[in-house]
Design a binder for this molecule. Structure first.
Ligand SMILES: [Zn+2]
Length: 489
């Protein structure tokens, strides 16, 4: 070791390094120096070998190093719901989902399901996820699951105070607004920065049609006071827009602008049905839109045929990418979402110039990191940022041949999460050779499977109580409202 060499904990050497700091930034024979939980340097292998001496080295030849993927929209409560709720219109789809989860979940299986989801995500290259609706009264189990898994997470606690059709099974009371705000504050003040800083605790008025103005304003006040974010599902599909219009007499983003809560901390998911005026408000207020292509394609929301994601990106609006929960898309592999983001808009508009491979990869990394308010920490490989990164095996047949000429195209169009070889979070090796180091994967998967009959039975119970024609046709909110008004009168 020469005098001007610095000692670091770890060097990853020989990888193709894609830092996601620009489409031209690529180190073909690259290296990354890591000390404790931080990236110290990113560059060419020979240069870093001159500058650093490492306690430990990882030979990553034949592999690609890139930032860990950031999934800005998933649901931990969906862990037991894969494939159980399909091919329904939006409202009965949500009702069935909450019917099953509200009866089936408990602290033990929620802890198990959190670890299970983390295994699924880590193995497919996600190092940070945003849980959009951490279940009321089960929050502590989710926190423990994230602590055990070693993954990074934004846990956004569910809030809802309108007794509507969309979230009929969430806990409610006569004082729902006040209680929701009190419990959310307790959650945020207790768990924000837990797990050595890996957990961020946010507020989540879960659906724009399930949250009053008072609740939304209160949730944003909490987000500001604790320097965290506000996550919701917004402008999802035609039903969502119609229901919101009946309740509030305007479009969701216009309502939030009117309440003065549209801003950098606002993260709306799905966002396929934005008016031109709402796109402009999103831009003006620097708010975030999260795109979940697979959930939209399975649920027929219209994010590709109606969505303005190419326009949002062109206007410089922060756009994140998410898989949605296993009840929606049925998978948590972010590379599949990158593929859909890079292809589906081209098809829907007969325009092959939309969303380049690099732009689609940006959505899953720095775009999502910015939406999660974590872009100063993660989302790109740069000195000073957290060492959250993944190594992909480029010698797998689905990636060959690769070259500088086609690497980005292969990553967006050919890759899947099964290429993930190694995963680091906070500088710690969490996955090596495709195997999760922090949890007993075989045990967790088999315990998940043994929970399956209970959830399947609940799904069957819903099916028995709902005639197919009632839950597959579009929900008529005018009828629901008329019935409620007749009842009230
Ligand atoms: Zn969702």
């Amino acid at each position: 070791m020469s005098e001007d060499q610095r000692r670091v904990d770890l060097i990853i050497e020989g990888a193709v390094v894609l830092p996601m700091t620009g489409p031209e930034d690529l180190h073909w024979d690259g290296a990354i120096a890591i000390d404790a939980d931080r990236i110290v340097a990113v560059g060419d292998r020979e240069e870093l070998a001159r500058r650093f001496v490492a306690e430990q080295a990882i030979d990553a030849s034949g592999q690609l190093a890139m930032p860990g993927l950031v999934n800005t929209h998933m649901h931990l409560f969906g862990s037991f719901m894969r494939g159980l709720v399909n091919d329904l219109s939006f409202t009965p789809w949500i009702q069935k989902k909450f019917f099953v989860t509200s009866r089936g979940l408990n602290p033990d299986n929620y802890y198990l399901g959190t670890q299970f989801a983390a295994i699924d995500m880590l193995r497919s290259g996600t190092t940070t996820f945003l849980d959009c609706g951490t279940y009321q009264e089960l929050e502590e189990a989710a926190v423990r699951g994230v602590e055990t898994a070693g993954i990074r997470a934004v846990l956004a606690r569910t809030m809802a105070d309108i007794q509507d059709d969309l979230a009929d099974y969430l806990s409610r009371s006569d004082n729902a607004t006040r209680q929701n705000l009190e419990h959310a504050e307790e959650f945020i003040s207790t768990y924000n920065d837990a797990a050595g800083g890996r957990i961020k605790a946010w507020a989540c008025p879960i659906q724009v049609t399930s949250a009053s103005d008072e609740l939304c304003t209160g949730a944003m006040e909490l987000a500001e006071r604790y320097d965290v974010g506000f996550a919701t599902h917004s402008n999802v599909d035609r039903e969502d827009i119609e229901a919101h219009d009946l309740l509030f007499g305007r479009r969701p983003i216009e309502r939030f602008e009117g309440l003065g809560i549209l801003g950098r901390r606002f993260l709306g998911t799905h966002m396929g049905w934005l008016s031109d005026g709402e796109v402009e408000l999103m831009r003006k207020r620097d708010a975030t839109a999260v795109h979940c292509p697979s959930a939209s394609m399975k649920g027929a929301y219209g994010a590709m045929t109606r969505g303005k994601f190419p326009e949002l990106m062109r206007e410089g609006v922060t756009v994140g990418l998410g898989t949605d929960g296993p009840a929606a898309s049925c998978f948590l592999d972010m590379f599949r979402e990158v593929h859909l983001a890079a292809t589906a808009h081209k098809e829907a508009r007969l325009d092959w110039t939309l969303i380049s491979p690099y732009e689609a990869l940006e959505l899953a990394t720095i775009g999502s990191a910015r939406g999660a308010l974590l872009d100063d920490q993660i989302g790109s490989l740069e000195p000073g940022k957290k060492a959250d990164l993944i190594l992909l095996d480029l010698m797998r047949p689905e990636m060959v041949p690769w070259h500088q000429y086609n690497l980005l195209a292969n990553l967006a169009y050919a890759a899947s999460g099964s290429l993930v070889h190694t995963v680091l979070v906070d500088g710690q090796v969490i996955v090596r050779r495709g195997e999760v180091k922090t949890m007993d994967e075989r045990r967790i998967v088999s315990e998940m499977q043994s929970e399956a009959p209970k959830f399947v039975e609940l799904a069957r119970e819903w099916d028995r109580d709902h005639a197919p024609e009632d839950h597959t046709r579009p929900h008529d909110f005018r009828q629901t409202r008329a019935a409620a008004e007749a009842g009230a009168g």
